[in-house]
Design a protein around this ligand. Sequence first.
Ligand SMILES: Cc1cc2nc3c(=O)[nH]c(=O)nc-3n(C[C@H](O)[C@H](O)[C@H](O)COP(=O)(O)OP(=O)(O)OC[C@H]3O[C@@H](n4cnc5c(N)ncnc54)[C@H](O)[C@@H]3O)c2cc1C
Length: 302
Amino acid sequence: MRLRLGIRVHRVDRAGAGWELTLAGDSIGAAHVVVATGPDAVPVIPSWPGMAGFSGTVIHAWQFRDVAEMAGLDVLVVGPGNSGVDLLGHLARSDAGQLWLSARSGMNITPLRLGGVPLHPVSVLGRYLPLRWQDANARAVQRLAFGDLTRLGYPRSAPGAFTRAAADGVTVAVDDGFVRALKAGRVTMKSAIDRFDGPQVCFTDGTRCAPDAVICATGYRPGLEQIAGHLVALDALGMPPFTGACSSPAHPGLWFFGLDRSIYGNMHVRRRQARQLAQAIRQQPPASASSSDRSASARSGD
Ligand SMILES: Cc1cc2nc3c(=O)[nH]c(=O)nc-3n(C[C@H](O)[C@H](O)[C@H](O)COP(=O)(O)OP(=O)(O)OC[C@H]3O[C@@H](n4cnc5c(N)ncnc54)[C@H](O)[C@@H]3O)c2cc1C
C-alpha cells in the first residue's frame, strides 16, 4: 500500500474499466475508489439579512478554539445541536459575558449518564426497537434528567431523537453543563434570528440582543458536489445515494464510506461497515469499460 498524504482530490471520473482521481496537476488511476471525505467537510453559515453590516464578530463553531478568547465578551451561539450545547457548556464555566442560545426549532437533549448508567451503550442495545419506542425512551430520559425545559424557553422537539436522526442526520445533543447554565440563568434562550441590525441581532419573536460575537453552530455538509456530484445524485443533505458495502451497477468500483449518519456512534457502526465494504470490494471484480463510460471519460477531458 502506498500512502499519499496532504493531497486534495478534486474530482473522480470514470476512466476505462476503472477510475481516475484528479489531483492538483496530477492524477491517480484506480480500479476501486472509496470516497470517505467525511460528512462534516464544509461548515455551513446561514446568510441573514443585514449580516454584512454587523459590527461584532461572526464565526463558525469549527473556528472556535479557546474559551479564553471570549473572556469579557457577550456571545450569541446559534444552533441548539451538539456543537452549540457543548460550546455553551464550556462558555458558561468561563469568563465570557452574557450568553444567549438561538434555536430555530426544538432539539432533543440527553445527559451522558442517568443514575450513573452511561446512556450510549443503552441506546445501542435498543437499536432494534421500533423508532417510536426509542423516541419514547429518549423523551423519558430527557424529562427525568432535566425536567420541563420548555419553561426556560428551550423548545420541545416535535420529532423524537431517533426519528430526527433518521430523517436529517441531526443527532441528539449531549449535555455537558449547558442545562445547569440554562437553569441558573447563565444562558438565555432566543428564537430564530430574523436579521442583523447594526450592532444588534433581531429575533423572530421581536426581541433583540447586542452580542460582541456570534458563533454559528449551524452544522456542516459533506461537500461532495465537486468530487462526485457529476456521478451520482446527492440528496438534499448532500449525501450520496449509496454508502458502505452498497454500490450501484452504474458505477462499479465507486464506493462511499462514512457518508451516512448514525446516532449509535461511529466507533460502533463503522468497524462492522468497514469489514463489509472490504468484502464487497474483494467480491466485485473491476468492470470492463462500456462505451458510454469511455465517452463520458473522453468528454471530461481525462
Ligand atoms: C463537533 C463534532 C463532534 C462530534 N462528536 C462525535 C462523537 O462524539 N461521536 C461520534 O461518533 N461522532 C462524532 N462526530 C462525528 C464524527 O466526527 C464524524 O462522523 C467522523 O469524523 C467521520 O469520520 P470520517 O473518517 O468519515 O471523516 P473525517 O474525520 O471528516 O475524515 C475525512 C478525511 O478526508 C479528508 N478529505 C476530505 N476531502 C478530501 C479531498 N477532496 N481530498 C483528499 N482528502 C480529503 C479530510 O482532510 C479528512 O482527513 C462529531 C462531529 C463534529 C463536527
